[in-house]
Design a protein. Structure first.
Lengths: 104, 173
C-alpha cells in the first residue's frame, strides 16, 4: 500500500467534492442540499491544507484560508437555515420544487 | 510496508468517504445529518493526522458543534417524524452519478499527470502562538485585514438572520 502523501489527500478531497456534487444534483430537500454544500466546502478546506502541508510547509497561507472558509461556512449555514425556516413557515414545505417565488 | 500511521490515515479516509456517500444517499434525513457528522469528524481526524491541531480543533468546534447541531435543529423544526424523503427518479440519479464520476475522473487524471515539485524549505509546525501572532499582525504578511472583514461578515450574517427570521407583523389598517 502506498505511503499517504499529497496525491492521496487530493484523491480524498476530489472524491468528497464530487460526492457533494452528486448529492446537490439528486436531492430535492433544502436541508439535504445544504449538507451537500457543507461536504463541498470541507473538501475545499482539505485541499488547501494538503497543499500547505506538502508544497509550502514553511508558510501558513493555506491554513489561514481554511480558517476563513470555516468562518464563512458557518455564516452561510446560519443564513441558509434562517431562510429555510422562513420558507417552511410560509409554504409548509422545504422542497425546492415548491419554492418558486422570491417574495411572499 | 504498513505502519500504524498509514493504517490510521486510510481508516480516516474510509470513514470520511463512506459516511459522506451514505449522507448523500440515505433516504432518512436524520440519518443523513448523523452521517454528515461522522464525515466531518473524519476530516478533523485527517487534520490531526497532518499535525494541524488548531485547524482540527476549529473544525470540531465549528462544524461538529455548531453547524451539524443547527442542521439537526432545523430538521426537528421542519420534518414530520419518521417520514422518508421522496424517491428520486432513477434517470436523474444515473445522470447525476455519471456527471459526478466524469468530473472526478477528469480531475484525478489532471492531478496524476501533474508533477508537483518537492519543497526545499524546512517545515514549520504551526502552533497556536504563531497562528494568533500572524492573524493579528498588521504588516504586509499579516492577516489583520481579512480578520476584520470576516468579523464584519459575521456581524452582517447575524443581523441578516434576525431580519429574515422575524415574524412579519400584520399590516396596520
Amino acid at each position: 500500500m502506498m505511503q499517504p502523501g499529497l496525491y492521496q489527500l487530493l484523491f480524498i478531497s476530489a472524491a468528497l467534492f464530487f460526492i457533494g456534487v452528486y448529492g446537490f444534483f439528486t436531492r430535492r430537500n433544502l436541508i439535504t442540499m445544504l449538507m451537500s454544500i457543507e461536504l463541498i466546502l470541507n473538501s475545499v478546506n482539505l485541499n488547501f491544507i494538503a497543499f500547505n502541508k506538502y508544497l509550502w510547509p514553511d508558510k501558513m497561507d493555506g491554513l489561514f484560508f481554511t480558517l476563513f472558509i470555516i468562518a464563512i461556512a458557518a455564516a452561510e449555514a446560519a443564513v441558509a437555515i434562517a431562510i429555510i425556516i422562513n420558507l417552511y413557515r410560509s409554504h409548509n414545505s422545504i422542497d425546492v420544487e415548491n419554492a418558486e417565488e422570491l417574495k411572499y | 510496508m504498513m505502519n500504524g500511521s498509514t493504517i490510521i490515515f486510510y481508516l480516516l479516509a474510509a470513514l470520511t468517504l463512506v459516511s459522506g456517500l451514505l449522507s448523500v444517499s440515505t433516504r432518512q434525513i436524520f440519518r443523513a445529518a448523523i452521517y454528515l457528522l461522522f464525515s466531518l469528524i473524519g476530516i478533523a481526524g485527517i487534520y490531526f493526522w497532518l499535525d494541524y491541531q488548531f485547524i482540527a480543533a476549529v473544525q470540531i468546534v465549528v462544524y461538529v458543534g455548531g453547524i451539524v447541531v443547527l442542521i439537526i435543529f432545523s430538521i426537528f423544526l421542519t420534518q414530520q417524524a419518521g417520514e422518508k424523503l421522496a424517491k428520486q427518479k432513477i434517470g436523474r440519479k444515473i445522470f447525476s452519478a455519471l456527471a459526478a464520476f466524469c468530473g472526478f475522473a477528469l480531475t484525478m487524471l489532471q492531478v496524476y499527470q501533474h508533477e508537483f515539485y518537492e519543497p526545499s524549505e524546512t517545515a514549520v509546525s504551526p502552533t497556536v502562538f504563531d497562528i494568533g501572532k500572524k492573524m493579528l499582525s498588521v504588516n504586509d504578511k499579516g492577516y489583520a485585514l481579512p480578520f476584520e472583514v470576516i468579523s464584519m461578515l459575521l456581524l452582517a450574517a447575524l443581523v441578516g438572520c434576525i431580519v429574515i427570521a422575524l415574524r412579519n407583523k400584520p399590516e396596520p389598517k
